[in-house]
Design a protein around this ligand. Sequence first.
Ligand code: DHB
Length: 466
Amino acid sequence: MGYSLDFNQSNYETKTLTLDNQTIEYRAFEKIVYVEYPVDVQFHTMNIYVPDAYFKGEAIGPYTSDRAPILLINTVGGYKPGEPGGPGQGRFGEANAAFFALKQGYVVAMPGVRGRSLQDDNGRNIGVAPAAIIDLKAAVRYLRHNRAVIPGDTEKIVSNGTSAGGALSSLLGATGNHQDYEPYLEKIGAAKERDDIFAASCYCPITNLEHADAAYEWLFHGLNDYKKKKIERVNGEIKKTPIEGTMSVDQITLSAELKRNFPPYLNSLGLKSSNGETLTLDESGKGSFQKHVQSFLIDSAKTALAKGEDLSELEWITINNGNVIDLDFGQFILFATRMKPPLAFDDIELKTPENELFGTASIKAQHFSAFAEEHTQVDGSLADATIIKMMNPMDYIGSSENVTSSHWRIRHGSVDRDTSLAIPIILATTLMNKGYNVDFTLPWGQGHGGDYDLDELFAWIDNIAL
Ligand code: DHB
């Protein structure tokens, strides 16, 4: 006998929380095991939060208990396990998305999600791909299974996540009900329900991993210095340690090879701009797709200017009569700077988070691209092709074999170098070309992060949900 999949309505605590001079009252249903056969009881649990008003028959703005959207928030970062979170303070002490979502009248569901580095008592890896996406799907199924008793509308589930969590959000949005995931869902005893969702909100999705190395070198080839900051909490304080380096001759050679691999991939997608022009790149990496990327940056600078930002010191931006009319792409790259040396994702020494993501129960880390496998320095093996596919939303968007969310909101900071700008742009353009409702921008000056524009996110959710 496994755990029950039936929601216990009487197992809650009523809570009041005040942050930033705002107060919310809600019922906290916590530590709910959401599958029959949890692999890890800490992570196979979900917290569900409901505005208290709904238990008094009251409305919050336009929403009532049965009409409220459900915001499904994952806390995954770095493809590590994500704790089942709740309303409270974010990384920098600010009130978090769950807090404001409850204030807005949404029901909030925060499932724990398995990730790389999670091991059982026998030292077997139990969070490697595709565990994280299986868990999010199982959480959706649990909510649907209990739709009669959990407040909120299960046809209005909106997923939210940042970075690796943003990638998982895009995967959840893209792959609804696909058979590929079924055996894994069955194994953990997920409810037998649909797992497609209404909308996906994705902040800086670190996705399309097997093409991300080529996309990175397409953008950054020629820039041989890299710098990043290691961010950690030490005694409650955020500590940022700069890590800087210059690429070796071998890395520069790899960069050139990878850059050459990007145009064939990009051209194979057959993407189109909003005015119907086919987006391509020539062998040197130049072409209409580069202009397409540039156009999103120009739009971003325009928005910043309209909000009153002073861009006059950036000489590579041409401003005429208060309007941004051009932006020098090469100068922009120098301004943004490179964060990672090649191979940015599928490391030839198997040292990245992504290599561990594609480990197995007994293998710590693997390659997930033919290029890295060919260049491996540590005799690394290649992950199973189906599992690589199951972690990439690109392979599912718009397929007749699954249901892709109708609504998408994707944000990637203009100076976020954790992945190439090409990656979110390919994702957003593919969705647009296939007729989905996509709200996509590269917020100006924004680095790697998420949930920085919750007012706008919630206005977008209200707009699609009502
Ligand atoms: C994250 C950041 C990365 O640079 C990466 O390669 C994978 C995940 C993250 O912040 O989740």
